[in-house]
Design a protein around this ligand. Structure first.
Ligand code: AMP
Length: 542
């Protein structure tokens, strides 16, 4: 028997049209650079995104041409998220926190034809502009100042388009977006997404589990829209018809909490650094904000500690720990308790919620080590390998595949983890961050999470320091909370309760801040450069 279904293409055009018809009264709220709120409805957004698509096509954009954005999270960026792919183009969201040389490399490597840039980011763009050769640059004037000479205006571009023009019908396998990895080694690499990949990823995100987004939600991506498709939220929230809340450049804890209160955000997503700051602000003034009772957050990008998850629960905010990567569009797992786990005691339940969680539908996952496939016993570590319809099979124009993909077609994530009998993955390290002491692995992430559970510790990064006898030993780099005190002995006894003696750090270094990558992860390579010799030199050869 043969299937009798239509071969209907899975493209973003469908979501855009739906936004303009069935969902036209949903709202998009943006916090502008002057902190005022810009509000409009999906109906307006739909017309403007179509206008943009038409204007780009009239300006000569061809199928598969990249259009770069250098923008904060704001409504014109949301228009680009749909307008560019629906014109047949490829949205290239530039990570403006990178060094200008890297931004230029990425823009040139992608071959960006047009660039759309926020006026408040022009000083940065000016540093990149001499190194790149886009045909046209359009400026979004959000700050109220006129568009400077030498640039075209985004609004003028829109005026050249007609929202009633026919949109092209892309193939579902056509490219619609590209993000470059924020890896800390080697040149950045481009991951090119297809309409089909984003559509399926969107469907998975909107399921009741993991995130259950709906028209009743107000969804705020704190994660920048340049980081791995803004974790899929600008698509998923629009598909669900949720109110979309875009915080613009104001990402300090108090500004974010004020915005959450003002528009009653129910779902927000970002890296642990952001949430750590927010938790400290809430702890300091628990009565100051009155937040929506349904407020929940997706935290990922690096590990969320159990202490943070417990801390937010005290304020009635539910943390959903999630894991993914640019190569995975990005979502791979989320940590929700299974129905059968509702009766677990509190500690066990938190244990599961602090893991990175179980795989989404259509994400196949396995762990591999030197002996082959690792059993799901919650103890044996292996490298996480994945495959699925929204997982990259290659990098853009990078020649060969290198060792990033296995011979049988799985993506090697570079993350080391255990998976337990219930299927919950727990990341223990990046392959390159593992600490090998006397031939045995020590998980820096476990130690970091435990240290961040100490009441005086704001942040902790544990790195491998060179050691003459053991090759490598853990060294903890600590940032204390403002006004808090704790010395190495106090931290060591805090850890001693939960870890084997040989796992305990050999030394503690106290610093004002931990250097970060452009997407907010600990930049451990910089810490290693600075401190890896400490045990050898500092302890007389240990
Ligand atoms: P990126 O492509 O920049 O999003 O980085 C992806 C990498 O971030 C993953 O391979 C992990 O190493 C790390 N990562 C993402 N989410 C988590 C998480 N919840 N816990 C620990 N590491 C994470």
């Amino acid at each position: 028997m043969r299937a009798t279904m239509m071969d209907y293409p899975l493209t973003l055009t469908h979501y855009l049209e739906r936004a303009g018809t069935l969902l036209r009264d949903s709202e998009i709220v943006t916090r502008l650079p002057d902190k005022s709120l810009h509000r409009y409805l999906y109906g307006d957004f739909h017309r403007r995104a179509r206008r943009l698509a038409s204007a780009l096509a009239r300006a000569g954009l061809k199928r598969g041409d990249p259009v770069a954005t250098m923008m904060w999270n704001n409504y014109p960026h949301e228009e680009c998220y749909f307008g560019v792919p629906c014109a047949g183009g490829v949205l290239h969201t530039l990570n403006f926190r990178l060094h200008p040389n890297d931004i230029a490399y990425i823009a040139n490597h992608a071959g960006d034809r047009f660039v759309i840039v926020d006026d408040v980011l022009l000083p940065l763009f000016e540093k990149v502009r001499p190194e790149i050769a886009p045909e046209r640059v359009f400026v979004v004037a959000l700050s109220g100042a006129p568009v400077p000479e030498g640039y075209e205006s985004y609004e003028d571009l829109l005026a050249t388009g007609d929202p009633d023009d026919d949109l092209p019908t892309p193939d579902e396998r056509d490219a619609c977006g590209v993000c470059y990895t924020s890896g800390t080694t080697g040149r950045p690499k481009g991951v090119v997404y297809s309409h089909r990949a984003i559509v399926l990823h969107t469907m998975a995100m909107c399921m009741t589990e993991p995130f259950g987004m709906s028209q009743h939600d107000s969804v705020m991506p704190v994660v920048p829209m340049f980081h791995a498709n803004g974790w899929g939220l600008p698509f998923a929230a629009a598909a669900a018809g949720a109110r979309i809340v875009l915080p613009g450049p104001h990402l300090d804890p108090v500004s974010l909490l004020d915005l959450c209160e003002a528009v009653q955000v129910t779902f927000a997503a970002g890296v642990p650094t952001i949430w750590n700051g927010i938790l400290q602000a809430l702890d300091a003034e628990p009565e100051r904000w009155s937040l929506d009772l349904r407020f929940r957050t997706a935290v990922g990008g690096s590990a969320a500690s159990e202490a943070m998850i417990r801390g937010f629960d005290r304020h009635g905010i539910r943390t959903i720990h999630a894991w993914g990567m640019t190569e995975m569009t990005p979502l791979g797992t989320a940590a929700l308790l299974k129905a059968t786990m509702q009766g677990l005691d509190e500690d066990a339940a938190y244990g599961y919620r602090a893991k990175q969680g179980t795989a989404l539908p259509f994400v196949d996952m396995r762990l591999m080590n030197d002996a082959g496939i690792v059993p799901w016993d919650g103890e044996t570590m292996g490298e996480v390998q994945v495959r699925g319809p929204w997982i990259a099979a290659a990098y853009h124009d990078s020649g060969e595949l290198g060792d990033k993909w296995t011979d049988d077609g799985w993506l090697r994530t570079g993350d080391v983890a255990t998976i337990d009998a219930e299927g919950y993955m727990k990341i223990t390290d990046r392959t390159k961050d593992l600490i090998k002491s006397g031939g045995e692995w020590i998980s820096s992430v476990d130690l970091e999470n435990a240290l961040m559970g100490h009441p005086s510790v704001s942040e902790a990064a544990v790195i491998a320091a060179r050691h003459e006898k053991w090759d490598e030993r853990p060294l903890a780099v600590i940032v204390l909370k403002d006004g808090a005190e704790a010395d190495a002995d106090a931290l060591q006894s805090h850890l001693a309760a939960g870890f084997a003696k040989w796992w305990l750090p050999d030394d503690y270094v106290f610093v004002d801040e931990i250097p970060r990558t452009s997407t907010g992860k600990f930049l451990k390579s910089a810490l290693r450069e600075r401190f890896e010799g400490l045990l050898v030199e500092g302890s007389g050869g240990g």
